[in-house]
Write a protein that binds this ligand. Structure first.
Ligand SMILES: [Zn+2]
Length: 291
């Protein structure tokens, strides 16, 4: 693998994130096309469900310069006829000689785009920077394997105040998620669009529904990721969280010990710490559910 090919994959991963919150039930994918000499000649990502895929957008940008070149794509190119012909066909027609793939599509079961590209004489490498690509594709992939949307739960210090670390975090993250369940219980689109023309019609959820039931209804509507705000926002949903972001209130140091007066004191059991940082007087913890 050449250094500039890894650079191209990291660029593909970076631009793929622009599709977070608007491509579901499709995955957010990015693609960079390198010409025969290794220079970038095109790039694209899947912008919104129902619109063309990352590979098609990148090939369109590259035009004839893709011939003999390399397509660098974060997910295995699709092999099905939907609104558009399959991307593996578009890659072959464009004359691409080589395809680098980060993550294989688990739904392809070995008969997907990668196999057919190889059969057509295209050189294919898979698993390229897969761990890094999963930073964007992880929730989509997890929702496929679990058969329900990926859930991130944000809670902790200052909840209930008009401005709190929790509400700021939700404001920052909401565009990356399909649906947000607010502390008030209100269900909103994460990415409502400029004119309120969101991607989903968020289904009506019955107030007494369990977390499992809520996720099942959302899954049926094509939702792949859910952001849950606040400790009180349906504790049954929080119990199903795949990722938690938790704000700890300040505590004294070097004085006689007394139990902290305000929860939370740490991540819930069953979560592995993946990030710790400081935000003003709060400590921000991120955890992933241990599997
Ligand atoms: Zn495709």
């Amino acid at each position: 693998m050449k250094a500039y090919e890894l650079d191209a994959m990291r660029r593909a991963i970076a631009i793929s994130a622009q599709g977070l919150g608007s491509t579901s039930p499709n995955p957010p994918v990015g693609c960079v096309v390198l010409g025969r000499d290794g220079r970038v000649v095109g790039e694209g990502y899947h912008v919104r469900k129902g619109e063309s895929h990352a590979e098609v957008n990148a090939l369109e940008a590259a035009g004839g310069r893709a011939v003999g070149g390399t397509a660098v794509v974060t997910l295995e190119p699709c092999n099905h006829y939907g609104r558009t012909p399959p991307c593996r066909e578009a890659l072959i027609d464009a004359g691409v000689a080589r395809v680098l793939i980060a993550v294989l599509d688990p739904t392809s079961r070995g008969e997907g785009g990668a196999a057919l590209l190889r059969a057509a004489g295209v050189e294919v490498e898979q698993g390229v920077l897969a761990d890094e690509a999963l930073l964007v594709l992880g929730p989509w992939l997890a929702s496929l394997t679990r058969g329900r949307p990926f859930v991130t739960w944000v809670y902790g210090a200052g909840e209930g105040e008009r401005r709190s670390p929790v509400s700021d975090e939700v404001r920052r993250l909401r565009q990356s998620y399909d649906v947000v369940i607010r502390a008030s219980g209100k269900v909103e689109e994460g990415n409502p669009g400029r004119h309120g023309d969101g991607v989903f019609r968020v289904p009506r959820l019955s107030p007494g529904a369990s977390g499992d039931e809520v996720l099942k209804v959302l899954d049926g509507a094509g939702v792949r990721s859910v952001l849950v705000e606040g400790a009180s926002a349906g504790s049954s949903l929080a119990a199903l969280a795949d990722r938690v972001i938790c704000y700890l209130p300040p505590t004294p140091s070097g004085v006689p010990y007394a139990p902290p007066r305000h929860p939370p004191v740490a991540l819930p059991a069953g979560f592995r710490l993946t990030d710790v940082s400081r935000d003003a007087e709060y400590v921000r913890l991120v955890g992933e559910r241990e599997v």
